[in-house]
Design a protein around this ligand. Sequence first.
Ligand code: DHK
Length: 147
Amino acid sequence: MPKIVFLNGPNANLYGLDPSGTYGSDSFPVIEQKCHDKAKALGLELDFLQSNHEGQLIDWIQAARLDAQGIIINAAGLTYTSIAILDALMAFDGPILECHMSNIHKREPFRHHSYISKVATGIIAGLGVRGYLLALTTMSEMVGEGA
Ligand code: DHK
């Protein structure tokens, strides 16, 4: 069964609690459950992880080199600042999908440049939790037999 690591960066644990509704109304545990349900239906093993700490995210990316076939990542605010996360991702061999709940290109200019995009196989933004599920479906095709 292919293993996918789905990484969520700082403040993702607050999704659904933001009164502006930028990240939808689903709480982070609900999003996590939806992703696990989808992964199960697709026959994927899923590590769905969240940290507010850059180093922890880097450790998980490095660990993924050993036993994961793909990475999906929403590095949240670190998307725009972290060359260290970019470097860690560059050392990963499989497909990498960059995901954002919101359409970052519709938002403030400082959200328009992503370091992750330099290494991402593809990018999904603005589709909320649907984008996460789409990323899992796409990843399943990418890592599947004969993909
Ligand atoms: C999530 C965040 O927390 C922001 O820092 C990013 C991203 C956008 C999202 O849309 O999922 O700018």
